[in-house]
Design a protein around this ligand. Structure first.
Ligand code: GDP
Ligand code: ZN
Length: 377
């Protein structure tokens, strides 16, 4: 990655601080908030028009693909590095690099810089924080993010999980029966979020592995790794472990396919409740999407959150679906009409490819369902 450019960031102050403060008070207050030696980096301007319109120029660097990576000058020697495991309102649980956990608030300046975001920090964030007594601390800096899983919430970007390396799509070979169309939906979500996807077919002990080979072949050909596993017999668990090691993975899959069982198999002693019916309620956009990272002893983290699984399934716009089907995508430019929906049009390269056997008929059917906005079943 290119080194981020040094630049000044202009921060607008919230208007709710309308009481006119004397500059001295303000500066002193700010010093205690921001740490020593930094005050030279800020300027305050006061407009003559009644209400204060405060602007400060903050010296720092911006980086990252999402404009969030505002790296402020902080006293690094007084800070620890860590990763946000979960965010509960204003307090975040941070795991320091030595494994200790801290309950951290967020430095006020960071919040000011990020007024256009619902939350300044998200699960998965790498942060620099200043530890205090009683395992508490203040988050001073959020490092630039990659692999952000976010959604628009009334025009604002809400980051659900930051720094996601891959999406582990879990399905079961039986009980519940394998649903390739559902796997396709999760793959579309992964493509949309630009996450690497890995397909994991569990409960392989219940079937003859040869039965799923055509499906495994089809996905492998598209470049998706497929792992056959059994949480019950331990088959394939070592392979799965290698895939998860050192990575931050989001786990997706229908209830009952064995996600908790697999995590328990990957990390004995984890003790996740198995067979528990997780409430995947349909409360629209307010369904809980609070993500929690589970640290793995071998290195790496997994995120298993019902709300995120649901979110992944519903936030794709029908017209965009073709672009997220790896096997369909290269054909689209050859259709006669630029706005071809690949359903009924003449001269559709996608339909031709199905007729000629180049495109898997099942995948095409799966595409049609998704593009028509149909729910999964
Ligand atoms: P989750 O809802 O995806 O987390 O699924 P659970 O881990 O709670 O498992 C659901 C059910 O499937 C439980 O009764 C498990 O014992 C069972 N199960 C999980 N993995 C396997 C497996 O590999 N083989 C078989 N036969 N059953 C499994
Ligand atoms: Zn077409």
């Amino acid at each position: 990655m290119a080194k981020p450019k040094k630049k000044h960031v202009r921060a607008d102050f919230r208007k709710n601080r309308s009481a006119r403060a004397r500059q001295g008070d303000w500066t002193r207050k700010f010093k205690t908030e921001s740490g020593e030696g930094e005050d030279a980096a800020y300027q305050e301007r006061v407009s003559g028009k009644g209400e204060l319109s405060r602007k400060r120029t903050v010296r720092g660097v911006t980086a990252g693909d999402d404009g969030l990576g505002v790296a402020l000058d902080v006293d690094e020697a007084a800070c620890l590095r860590g990763r946000v495991l979960a965010v509960h309102g204003l307090i975040s649980t941070v795991e320091a690099d030595d494994g200790a956990h801290y309950q951290c608030a967020v430095r006020r300046l960071l919040k000011t810089l990020h007024t256009d975001l619902r939350h300044v920090v998200a699960a998965g964030d790498r942060v620099l924080f200043r530890p205090a007594d009683n395992s508490e601390g203040i988050i001073e800096r959020v490092e630039p993010r990659h692999g952000v899983l976010s959604r628009d919430s009334r025009g604002r970007q809400q980051v659900l999980v930051a720094n996601v390396d891959q999406l582990l799509v879990v399905a079961s070979a039986a009980e519940p029966p394998l649903k390739p169309n559902l796997v396709d939906r999760f793959l579309v979500a992964a493509e949309q979020g630009r996450m690497r996807a890995i397909i994991c077919i569990n409960k392989i002990d219940l079937i003859d592995a040869a039965d799923v080979q055509p499906l495994v072949g089809a996905y492998s050909q598209m470049g998706y790794p497929v792992i056959l596993v059994s949480a019950k017999t331990g088959f394939g668990i070592e392979r799965l472990r290698r895939r998860l090691q050192g990575k931050q993975s989001v786990i997706a899959g229908q209830s009952g396919v064995g996600k908790s069982s697999l995590l328990n198999a990957v990390q004995p002693g984890l003790g996740l409740a198995v067979g528990e019916v997780v409430a995947e309620t349909k409360k629209g956009r307010h369904t809980t999407t609070t993500a929690r990272l589970i640290p793995l002893a071998m290195g790496g983290y997994v995120v298993d959150t019902p709300g995120i699984r649901q979110f992944l399934l519903w936030d794709v716009i029908p017209q965009e679906v073709a672009g997220y089907f790896r096997d369909l995508r290269p054909l689209v430019s050859r259709c006669e009409f630029p706005d071809c929906t690949h359903t009924h049009e003449a001269g559709c390269a996608v339909k031709d490819a199905v007729a000629d056997g180049w495109l898997d008929a099942r995948r095409y059917e799966s595409y049609q369902r998704m593009a028509s906005g149909e729910g999964y079943s």
